[in-house]
Design a protein around this ligand. Structure first.
Ligand code: NDP
Length: 454
């Protein structure tokens, strides 16, 4: 890393934003990659592009009071970080999870800027959410929370300003409640949120898009080695939206997924998670809102292991496999997990979750010859189809499933080419993390240069 990038990531950001480790980690990863670009182009430095990129255009934090089913008042904190709008209206998901804080939302918003730039669609980057925990809440409680959250957020969003979507803890149910309240407050039927139901403006394939996209881009990479997913054993973490549709597409392409998890533990099904078993998981998670441990009651050939934070590694990553698809949360693969993966034969990690691999794990995997397709590229299919939902809303039409899926495949193919070419241009073949960071950075930085000091 050059002096300028080192200063920005090790001094400027930590001094200005103390206590935001996830944000520091995300910034450092990008700045490390773009150092050769800044060496070659002093104009970005003169225009203070880095200093501007790490400073959100706007941070909104607000109180979210709501009344639970016992009549007691609860108070949560809401966030929306509008990071960068150089190439389009702000776009990025909303996360509802007790771990949510400003550092996590800023890291996600920062990542989103570069990810959205890679999609080929005109979208700036933002992220939001709340420390509200949807687990164990009734539908009515979730609705009252969402209505209160939107009662503040609606002032800051809109189809040409900022278009939120789902993320951890925000699926179809939550988007419905949020959008209902937005429509009531604005008295407008517009595409101000994506991930909507198909009867009221949603796009077909949006629920599937992130998981499908991860598998499509993995296929693109494997094709360059003359390989396919057919017959490959795959480790998948999480059991939410991204994990479910990753498994579905892996099965379509003849792979054998063997693991799934939630925050309580994971299941290992050596015989493979079949379509029937996946249908059970979808019902369990999306309708019954149950725990992954229930998989082994239904399918006793599988084993369940409870999460044990004292272990220092996640045994999910210690099973023999060819490919890994982390699809739960940030920093879920550490350096010990990376060593176990290499030992067990994993040579491709396609990141469904955002920043799932720690810096130490990235280093270990790369040293061991494994390739990582970073989240910015690998999980960009979700926001890409959200962009397609915005286009359909603007045109007031609805494309067929086949049309959206074909566009998604085309976008994932183009992203793979873009990041590969960017990596090669700077002599970093096989470093797809650098390729994604460089390509995303160049698009945003050039737009910022064009638009002057704003
Ligand atoms: P969901 O809420 O649908 O599922 C999240 C899954 O991950 C659940 O199984 C959850 O378990 C598990 N999980 C969440 N937090 C933790 C944690 N701290 N430790 C262990 N397990 C955890 O979310 P998504 O599938 O939508 O999101 C998963 C990842 O993909 C996130 O990193 C998200 O940012 C990313 N992503 C999602 C996109 C989308 O379109 N949905 C788009 C791009 C990226 P539990 O239920 O026990 O909490």
């Amino acid at each position: 890393m050059n002096e300028y990038c080192r200063w920005a990531s090790k001094e400027l950001v930590p001094t200005k934003d103390p206590g935001q480790p996830e944000f520091h980690q995300a910034v450092e990863e990008v700045l490390e990659s773009v150092a050769p670009v800044l060496d070659a182009h002093s104009e970005y430095r003169q225009a203070r592009i880095l200093e501007r990129l790490v400073e959100p255009e706007r941070v909104i934090m607000f109180r979210v009071p709501w009344v639970d089913d016992r009549g007691e008042i609860q108070v949560n904190r809401g966030f929306r970080v509008q990071m960068n709008s150089a190439i389009g209206p702000y776009k990025g998901g909303l996360r509802l999870h007790p771990s949510v804080n400003l550092s996590i939302i800023k890291f996600l918003a920062f990542e989103q800027v570069f990810k959205n730039a890679l999609t080929t669609l005109p979208m700036g980057g933002a992220k939001g959410g709340s420390d509200f925990n949807p687990k164990g809440k009734s539908d009515n409680e979730v609705m009252r929370f969402c209505q209160s959250f939107m009662t503040e957020l609606y002032r800051h969003i809109g189809p040409d300003t900022d278009v939120p979507a789902g993320d951890i803890g925000v699926g179809g149910r939550e988007i419905g409640y949020l959008w209902g309240q937005y429509k009531r407050l604005r008295n407008e039927f517009t595409g101000a949120l994506t991930g909507k139901g198909t009867a009221w403006g949603g796009s077909l394939i949006r629920p599937e898009a992130t998981g499908y996209g991860v598998v499509y881009i993995a296929t693109e990479y494997l094709a360059t080695k003359g390989e396919s997913l057919e017959g490959k054993t795959c480790l998948v973490s999480g059991s939410g939206n991204v994990a479910q549709y990753t498994v579905e597409k892996l099965l379509d392409l003849g792979a054998k997924p063997v693991t799934l998890s939630d925050s309580s533990g994971y299941i290992y099904d050596e015989s493979g998670i079949t379509r029937e078993k996946l249908a059970f998981v979808m019902r369990l998670k999306n309708v019954m809102r149950g725990r992954i441990s229930e998989y082994v009651s239904k399918y006793p050939e599988a084993v369940y292991q409870e999460a044990d934070p004292t272990l220092g590694y996640n045994p999910l990553w210690s099973h023999p496999a060819d490919c890994a698809f982390p699809s739960a949360t940030q920093n879920e693969i550490n350096d010990r997990d990376a060593a176990h993966m290499l030992r067990e034969g994993v040579h491709l990690v396609a990141e469904g979750a955002n920043m799932p691999t720690t810096p130490g794990a990235i280093e270990n995997l790369a040293d061991g010859g494994a390739v990582i397709i970073p989240a910015k590229a690998a999980n960009a299919g979700g926001v890409a189809v959200s962009g397609l939902e915005m286009s359909q809303n603007s045109m007031r039409i609805a494309w067929t499933r086949e049309e959206v899926d074909a566009r998604l495949q085309g976008i994932m193919k183009e992203i793979f080419t873009t990041i590969t070419v960017a990596a090669e241009r700077y002599g970093l073949e096989n470093d797809l993390i650098a390729g994604a960071n460089i390509a995303g950075f160049l698009k945003v930085a050039n737009a910022m240069m064009d638009q002057g000091v704003v």
